[in-house]
Ligand binder design. Structure first.
Ligand SMILES: C[S@@+](CC[C@H](N)C(=O)[O-])C[C@H]1O[C@@H](n2cnc3c(N)ncnc32)[C@H](O)[C@@H]1O
Length: 329
């Protein structure tokens, strides 16, 4: 079986990202989502830059090898997750960038079961996971599947779909094709977007623990950066964007000027936010690369050290709770 669809990779919002992080001035950048190396390559075009590249997917190692050969000591690759970037130390750090979600290569590899066009076993693992999607669909309770679909997919038919999964799995193994069939038996109206998008998104987020990865990744990026360093994030769906927007906005505003209130209530700005609205792709970019249509780029510059992010974690605890659901809950 030919298990890949041939698609051309275009790094999303590349010029916008590069103009924001100013690699022209030289420095070290952490590219938390190396993927096909589009961002790293552009940054490394300036010979005074270095890139520390991260990716949880070990299949990108081959590309990383090519970068090592081409850029020598200016490039380093770590097969780790965002939640592990606090291990990296660098004195000359200028910026940390995230281009969230899946790469085109991952989606078009139909053996990985990420796309609803895949065939066979449900997988969805990006790399360094505890279990695959198959285990979730086979073993998770109906109540938990419902919560995953509702909160991570914002799917209106979460209850009906989760119930149908329980019925079908009593009789047979649920493959990718079977899951699509189940969804389509409930969502009978032909939508503009594919009927399966939301459920697949929900399962991907759950399997890869994307919410905790993002929350820990953002906090670690802040902790690693010196004052003046920049964090830039490209998001692809509303849950990710809500988290990134809150993170930058909440800590770029002074909440408490009073000497009489406890110190842990914000009385400093921790980020400089030049632009409240996200940067989005131009029509030209969307026409050339349709998956870029949902991309949003947000960025902020670190202004002060020692920010306490408990408010941030508290705000998204309800999502972290869903991500932590266990098979026997
Ligand atoms: C959208 S692609 C990045 C594309 C890249 N900017 C380029 O220009 O080629 C996202 C990449 O991030 C990786 N990734 C996603 N979540 C991650 C995480 N929590 N930790 C490490 N890598 C992650 C994926 O494996 C994927 O290769």
């Amino acid at each position: 079986m030919n298990a890949t669809i041939k698609l051309e990779h275009f790094p999303v919002l590349l010029n916008e990202l590069v103009s924001i992080i100013s690699p022209l001035y030289g420095g070290t950048f952490i590219d938390c989502t190396f993927g096909d190396g589009g961002y790293s390559d552009k940054i490394l075009q300036n010979v005074s830059n270095k890139v520390l590249a991260i990716d949880r997917d070990k299949s990108v190692k081959a590309k990383a090898e090519k970068f090592l050969y081409k850029y020598k000591q200016r490039f380093k690759f770590y097969n780790i997750k965002f939640s592990q970037i606090n291990k990296i130390s660098n004195k000359d750090l200028k910026g940390v960038i995230f281009d969230l979600g899946y790469s085109l290569k991952q989606i078009s590899d139909l053996n990985r079961g990420i796309s609803f066009k895949s065939k066979g076993k449900l997988d969805m693992r990006m790399g360094i996971n505890n279990y695959s999607c198959d285990k979730v669909v086979t073993n998770m309770s109906q109540k938990n599947l419902y919560k995953i679909f509702k909160f991570f997919g914002e799917e209106k038919y979460s209850k009906l779909i989760s119930k149908k999964i329980i019925d079908v799995r009593k009789k047979k193994k649920i493959s990718t094709e079977e899951l699509v069939k189940i969804i389509e038996s409930i969502k009978t109206k032909k939508n503009r977007r594919n009927n399966s998008t939301k459920i697949f998104q929900a399962l991907r987020i759950f399997v890869n623990k994307e919410i905790s990865e993002l929350i820990i990744g953002l906090i670690s990026a802040y902790n690693l950066l010196p004052v003046g360093g920049i964090i830039a994030v490209v998001t692809f769906h509303s849950i990710e964007d809500k988290i990134v927007k809150f993170f930058f906005k909440e800590y770029s505003e002074i909440k408490n000027n009073s000497r009489y209130l406890p110190k842990n209530i914000l009385n400093k700005k921790y980020f400089l936010l030049n632009k409240k609205k996200p940067i989005v792709p131009t029509t030209e970019e969307i026409n050339k690369n349709p998956p870029s249509r949902s991309a949003k780029l947000r960025y902020a510059i670190k202004l002060n050290n020692d920010c306490d992010f408990s408010e941030f974690k508290k705000k998204f605890n309800y999502l972290l709770d869903i991500e932590n659901l266990q098979f026997d809950d």
